[in-house]
Design a protein. Structure first.
Length: 273
């Protein structure tokens, strides 16, 4: 589960010497040729050589530095995620498909748990009242006859975690930096989930940025090289995932088309960063 991943990352960051200020935001950014100064919501002021903004698709720092030119947009899809007990059939990334093309997927989280995900296409962002969520999800699963999905539908509402998130996406063109402020992860590129690689792309960003800062004494050169290396790779994954989304929303090809795109995308992801 994501809270567990967050705890693992926090523990390692703390052990490495990082200082983490929780419930703290940046209220002002001032930069010059020698560094960047930030004022924090807790009243403190900090100064560093570089500010790395990894504050998500709705990044306040991106808006502050780049203005309103780059904004995420709704892609016409959202995802239901439903945490259930893991069965023997859910031994990896599993897809269940109806003759109509609708799909439920399963992804393991641990030896005991997995989550089901259901991609739903709507022209406008879906809004379901909380007291109707369980019935809504049961109706989504009702056409599926796989025993594990039938069993999952029966226990909806029994303290099982259910979430829904619409997909607001962004592929910002390079450069992802101005002066001594650089964007990383969803702040620069928020992807559709079809390639299950949004988090992976952010981790790759961090790796490549660290490599370039280590290799180059000149900050501007390091940041330009980081953006060049990452824009092409992330852009390819973004395009493939979005192409699958468009096919799911308005099918124009056979079922092998989306699977071909998936295979192409995973082969690309397997290549060295």
């Amino acid at each position: 589960m994501r809270p567990r991943l967050g705890q693992i990352l926090e523990d390692f960051a703390t052990k490495s010497g990082a200082k983490i200020d929780f419930n703290t935001t940046i209220t002002r950014i001032d930069q010059d040729d020698r560094g960047v100064t930030v004022q924090l919501s807790n009243g403190e002021t900090d100064r560093a050589d570089l500010l790395i903004a990894a504050d998500g698709v709705y990044s306040k720092i991106r808006q502050s530095i780049f203005g309103d030119e780059f904004k995420p947009h709704y892609a016409g899809q959202g995802v239901w995620r439903y945490t259930v007990s893991r069965t023997e059939a859910m031994n990896g990334f599993v897809l269940y498909r109806l003759p109509t093309g609708r799909v439920v997927g399963a992804l393991p989280l641990s030896k005991e748990l997995c989550y089901l995900f259901f991609l739903e296409s709507t022209d406008e962002k879906l809004r379901i009242p909380q007291d109707r969520v369980c019935d809504y999800l049961r109706n989504l699963l009702a056409p599926f006859t796989a025993p594990e999905l039938v069993a999952a539908a029966k226990v909806i509402g029994e303290d099982k975690h259910i979430s829904y998130r619409p997909f607001d996406v962004l592929m910002m063109p390079a450069p992802w930096h101005r002066g001594r402020v650089v964007l990383l992860g969803d702040a620069a590129h928020s992807l559709m989930p079809q390639m299950t690689s949004g988090g992976g792309m952010a981790i790759e960003d961090a790796l490549v940025l660290a490599q370039e800062l280590n290799r180059n004494d000149d900050l501007e050169t390091a940041l330009k090289t980081y953006c060049r290396r990452r824009e092409e790779r992330v852009g390819r994954v973004y395009d493939i995932a979005y192409a699958i989304c468009r096919e799911e929303r308005k099918p124009e090809h056979g079922r092998d088309y989306s699977m071909g795109l998936l295979r192409e995308g995973y082969a690309f992801l397997a290549a060295p960063v």
